[in-house]
Design a protein around this ligand. Structure first.
Ligand code: GAP
Length: 514
């Protein structure tokens, strides 16, 4: 675990050193849980968004996009349930004055039991070697059974308290489990209170009577309130989807793990409107589709798993997370939710406008049901970054830090380098840049030794380096170096475009999805 923490720290500092992610307002000592994307980060982020957007809107003829405003009428958040129910249970430690999410403290306690079981398994595996049967061990070992019983009882009690919104019981669990504050080490806890996560601001001058508006905590509501507009103007027939990418804001109590939990972040959401009664069929469909989208990037199939929700959000009748193996464990990157007709019905009720679909096949009007896919851009960015980072030992004792980014997502696709800064090589290299730059993000680099230049490109994940040498001037060939294998081949300048395109184009990635 400590080793994984170290790796994560290295990734965070690498992200800063190479222009991917900076702390917001850093020269003023930063703003907690808010981050800025640098020159390479913004390119990687845009490429992730483009991959998602095109997978949604190009590959599905019944999905269209919108871009709705961040400010919306405040009644929308009343209708959606966010004013009343978008809360986290918080608890303070009186000695350290630190605030925690009560549910997170308990989840961490459950994870401690899991860790204990894993340790017992690891010890037994070492002892029994090849003959070790894990399933049998878990069933028959007395100590493990005891820990598992405690863990399961806690889990059950916790789920019940959360489902019933029982704040006293949450506090009691913390007391009974003897959970201590990691800062003060004491158990001097306050009551548990609900804390609404929406940011508020005011619109209009006070003389006019300013209106309280919220910074949206999800982009989805912008889709729901435009459902009729899009359905009518686009002459859309069910089933159809509306996709949107945009900023969302949550006043998270526990904001940590870098860009994993932020107060300002970006979501890519798609609401798929279906006939009532067919929602489970489409829920299964989108679960499978979304996992395929992730896996097509080649980060490693074993790094993903589904996690079905036990406690459902106020709007859902089924929900699954796609979790990714981060250095700090499997964590949610995307949610797939069956939201029933809750949101549209609520907006119908609160706005007084009829929000119905006339189904020509059924010859009746009804409120569509909705399957939602909702992924955080920043979490996706973090999963790509973490799984790409490698400190590699090279032959001869040298090391290099390389980002094995999926080639399509890399901020820079190729770097062109003259071997020396003379003899007409820089001019030839510039000529190649001027040809490639229309199709690929291309860097020109002539500073330092060629080895140092390769390392710089490896560190930002550039898949190809093109070196122009004296032979280039004679026969029109260059060396093409691949980031991962570091192998170099001599290729004709005329072939560069095709060779690079075949590997980095979004098109070939999208084709994997069919
Ligand atoms: N519209 C449904 C919705 O917003 P959610 O599970 O609360 O569902 C969806 O959020 C996704 O948004 C999450 O899977 C995560 O990737 C991202 N997300 C949520 N809160 C976040 C935060 N504070 N920082 C970064 N990403 C966040």
């Amino acid at each position: 675990m400590a080793q994984q923490d170290d790796v994560f720290k290295k990734i965070v500092s690498h992200a800063k050193e190479y222009g991917f992610v900076f702390q917001s307002s850093e020269i003023y000592d930063g703003l907690s849980a808010v981050y800025d994307y640098g020159q390479n980060g913004v390119e990687l982020k845009n490429n992730i968004k483009r991959y998602w957007w095109e997978a949604m809107t190009l590959l599905h003829e019944n999905i269209v996009g919108i871009d709705s405003a961040i400010f919306m009428h405040p009644t929308i958040w009343k209708a959606s349930g966010h004013v009343d129910a978008f809360n986290d249970p918080l608890i303070d430690n009186r000695d350290s004055k630190k605030r925690y999410r009560a549910d997170v403290l308990i989840e961490e306690q459950i994870a401690k039991y899991d860790e204990k079981i894993n340790k017992e398994v690891a010890k037994a595996r070492k002892r029994f070697g090849d003959s070790f049967d894990e399933a049998m061990f878990l069933q028959t070992n007395g100590r493990v059974a005891e820990i598992a019983a405690k863990r399961n009882a806690l889990h059950e009690r916790f789920a019940e308290a959360m489902n019933a919104n029982n704040l006293d019981e949450l506090r009691q669990i913390i007391v009974d489990e003897e959970i201590v504050c990691p800062i003060s080490g004491t158990r001097n806890w306050t009551e548990v209170r609900q804390f609404n996560l929406m940011f508020k601001t005011e619109m209009g001058s006070t003389a006019d009577g300013a209106m309280t508006v919220y910074l949206r905590p999800e982009t989805a509501q912008g889709i729901f309130v435009n459902y009729l507009n899009v359905q009518k103007t686009g002459r859309m027939r069910l089933p159809f989807g509306i996709a949107q990418i945009g900023k969302a804001f949550r006043n998270e109590i526990v904001a940590r793990q870098f860009i994993f939990r932020m107060r300002e972040f970006e979501q890519m959401e798609m609401q798929f409107f279906v006939q009532p009664g067919r929602e489970m069929e489409y829920f299964a469909y989108w679960k499978e589709q979304r996992l395929r989208w992730h896996k097509a990037l080649g980060l490693g199939d074993e790094k993903y798993r589904y996690h079905d929700h036990e406690k459902l959000a106020h709007y859902a009748n089924a929900a699954t997370d796609i979790e990714f193996q981060m250095p700090f464990g499997f964590k949610e990157v995307e949610g797939i939710h069956s939201r029933t007709n809750f949101d549209l019905s609520q907006h119908e009720k609160f706005s007084g406008k009829k929000i119905q679909y006339f189904d020509p096949e059924r010859n009746e009007s009804y409120t569509p049901y909705v399957i939602e896919t909702s992924i955080g851009v920043d979490r996706m960015f973090l999963s790509v970054l973490c799984s790409s980072y490698e400190e590699q030992k090279l032959e001869g004792g040298d090391t290099r830090v390389v980002l094995h980014l999926p080639e399509t997502l890399a901020p820079v696709k190729c770097a062109v380098m003259p071997l020396v800064k003379k003899d007409g090589l820089p001019e030839k290299a510039r000529e190649i840049v001027n040809d490639l730059k229309f199709d690929f993000s291309t860097h020109y680099d002539e500073k330092d030794s060629i080895g140092k230049r390769y390392r710089r490109q490896d560190a930002i994940g550039t898949p190809f380096c093109i070196t122009v040498d004296h032979q280039t001037l004679e026969d029109g060939t260059v060396t093409l170096r691949e980031r991962d294998s570091m192998q170099q081949q001599r290729v004709a300048i005329a072939d560069l475009h095709r060779l690079i395109h075949d590997r980095v184009s979004l098109n070939s990635l999208l084709r994997k999805l069919g």
